[in-house]
Design a protein around this ligand. Structure first.
Ligand code: FAD
Length: 291
């Protein structure tokens, strides 16, 4: 088959949707509703995140396998280094082989205590996403993507070091990148420039988190060690008491960001759906992308 890189760069813009493993039956129904409603857009891929531990990890394997067998979609399974020995990672890769899942997003993962806590090594485990990329490529004929950070990873000592980490992941065999949610198009373009300047030529897909509420957006941005751009908060804060108007303005802001990214040469858009389809569909409608 064609590589993921070829698909992303096939000439048309690439669209992809990210989901997380549902925690209960209601969540499972919501996820499948979102998948069903987004499938007609024929995304390049859909991805399913991998939790910090426990049963949600099995749910990721199960849901990703179901997407592979029961839909027309190409699933990308997120996988992390957190808490896994090499032997366990091999078992997980075997489960994916059985399910016909052969696309991965290789991540280090956040420490079990959250993004702001100290990294904890696992006996006979891996330390960095670049090692996981190499590990997957060594054991499985799979396409592997990785994470990139428009404003640098929260723990990165500098933007230059951050770009070197991206290069290490490319050198290990990664063929595409998806970014943390982009807050300003200029940050995304600067990331691409830093990458290209040191010979990283893989497609880098900007991540889009539709803005639906000021509080949840602030929380997510804070977790990533960043601050909301003033030009965004100044448009949203006056609407804090009118959630419907705020949501509509949030969709407008997100749409403008998508427009600017695509016009500036981004190879596509990766939507953080949070297992809902409505906001993504509204942005598609505003961008005049139809099924
Ligand atoms: P790495 O590339 O390994 O980087 C981690 C840190 O180590 C960085 O600070 C980097 O600068 C530093 N570093 C890397 N290599 C070296 C080196 N050789 N020497 C010194 N320092 C180095 N988390 C989950 O748990 N599950 C998910 O499903 C998930 N999906 C994500 C999807 C996307 C698109 C993104 C952007 C993030 C996702 N995350 C997920 C979060 C991610 O795991 C965290 O941001 C994590 O802290 C960094 O992951 P990474 O893969 O970029 O790690």
């Amino acid at each position: 088959g064609r590589s993921m890189r070829e698909l992303i760069e096939s000439g048309e813009k690439s669209f992809s949707f990210e989901f997380f493993p549902p925690k209960d039956e209601a969540g499972e129904e919501r996820l499948w509703r979102a998948i069903t409603e987004l499938e007609p857009y024929r995304p390049t891929f859909v991805s399913v995140t991998y939790g910090a531990g426990g049963s949600s990890r099995d749910t990721t394997v199960r849901v990703t396998g179901r997407i592979a067998t029961e839909t027309s979609l190409t699933p990308v399974a997120h996988l992390t280094c957190v808490g896994h020995s090499r032997a366990e990672l091999l078992e997980i890769l075997d489960a994916y082989k059985d399910a016909g899942v052969d696309h991965f997003l290789a991540l280090r993962g956040d420490p079990p205590g959250g993004p702001h806590t100290e990294w904890v090594s696992t006996d006979d485990g891996l330390e960095y996403a670049s090692e996981l990329v190499a590990f997957i490529k060594e054991h499985y004929d799979a396409a592997v993507g990785i994470a990139a950070f428009p404003e640098g990873h929260v723990n990165s000592e500098s933007l230059e070091h951050d770009a070197q980490v991206l290069k290490a992941k490319a050198d290990a065999g990664a063929e595409f990148a998806v970014t943390e949610m982009v807050l300003r198009a200029s940050d995304y373009f600067a990331l691409v420039e830093r990458a290209r300047a040191i010979g990283v030529d893989m497609p880098i897909i900007p991540g889009i988190m539709p803005i639906l509420s000021l509080r949840s957006m602030n929380r997510m941005v804070e977790l990533s060690g960043r601050v909301m751009p003033r030009e965004v908060t100044s448009r949203l804060e006056p609407l804090a008491e009118t959630p419907d108007l705020l949501r509509a303005e949030g969709i407008r802001i997100s749409t403008e960001l998508c427009d600017e990214l695509l016009a500036g040469g981004a190879p596509g858009l990766h939507f953080y759906t949070l297992n809902f389809s409505r906001a993504t569909r509204e942005i598609f409608q505003a961008l005049q992308i139809t099924v």
